[in-house]
Design a protein around this ligand. Structure first.
Ligand code: BTN
Length: 243
């Protein structure tokens, strides 16, 4: 596995994307850093990570997706890969909050930002950026976050965990290529946070309402059953799951 380790960089996703414009990189090339000083999250948010404590890395998944409808599937398998690596190493079960947050008991342990490079024709290349709270032990009360070290009560070998996540990601990519899409979807739904229980949501207008998550569409839309029993689908920027 080709791993590029940087002391510091603004964003490993950006670094890997820039590198790709000049070099013909191997599939599953990894860029990681101890100090990501301008990390990017979903919905244009910032991803900050304590220097030296956590994992911030990006994995190149080359010419992998062929259909736009599979773009969300990569989100699913990236989340399942992180979950599976943690489960295999630490026997710790984490939840996946739609679309791809990694949680433990309501608190965020990790996040994933996938950026796709669409060519005029042919396959889509993706950069899978993963941020995991590993050895950080203090978080401000403003964010509902925790780390693996807090959950497990011990310090963790970050490099071993990162390699395991990449290994799992490769394995899940192979499963998708072998046509196991429906199984993967089911695996995702089985670990989806707050599926089937009454939950509170917020729209970008600030309006709040109750509903029940019943599934996720092939394009990644969250399917929510409302109080009048109708079902509506929401995109990532259209709804926030509160609790
Ligand atoms: C989120 O939950 O909002 C997604 C966070 C993704 C953070 C990772 S850290 C490595 C990679 N580089 C970035 O700038 N972002 C991703």
């Amino acid at each position: 596995m080709n791993v590029i380790k940087l002391d510091a960089t603004a964003s490993t996703n950006t670094y890997l994307k820039d590198l790709l414009t000049s070099y013909d990189l191997d599939n599953f090339t990894v860029v990681s850093t101890e100090n990501q000083f301008a990390g990017r999250g979903q919905r244009g948010e910032v991803w900050s990570s304590e220097v030296g404590s956590n994992l911030t890395f990006s994995v190149l998944v080359r010419d992998f997706l062929f259909e736009v409808e599979d773009v969300f599937c990569l989100n699913i398998i990236a989340a399942l890969a992180v979950r599976s690596a943690v489960k295999k190493i630490f026997t710790l079960e984490l939840d996946v909050k739609w679309p791809n947050d990694i949680l433990s008991v309501n608190r965020k342990v990790g996040g994933i930002l996938i950026e796709n490079i669409f060519k005029a024709e042919g396959a889509i290349t993706s950069i899978v950026g993963i941020g995991l709270n590993v050895n950080q032990v203090q978080f401000t009360d403003l964010i509902k976050a925790t780390s693996l070290a807090l959950l497990l009560g011990s310090q963790i070998d970050k490099d071993a965990l990162m390699l395991k996540v990449v290994e799992e990601l490769e394995m899940y990519c192979q499963r998708l290529q072998k046509g196991e899409k429906e199984n993967l979807w089911q695996e995702y739904l089985d670990v989806l946070y707050r599926k089937g229980v009454p939950s509170a949501f917020e729209l970008p207008t600030g309006k709040r309402f109750m509903g029940i998550i019943i599934g996720v569409s092939m394009y990644g839309f969250l399917q929510v059953k409302l109080e009048d029993d109708s079902v509506e689908e929401f995109g990532v920027k259209e709804i926030k799951l509160l609790y």
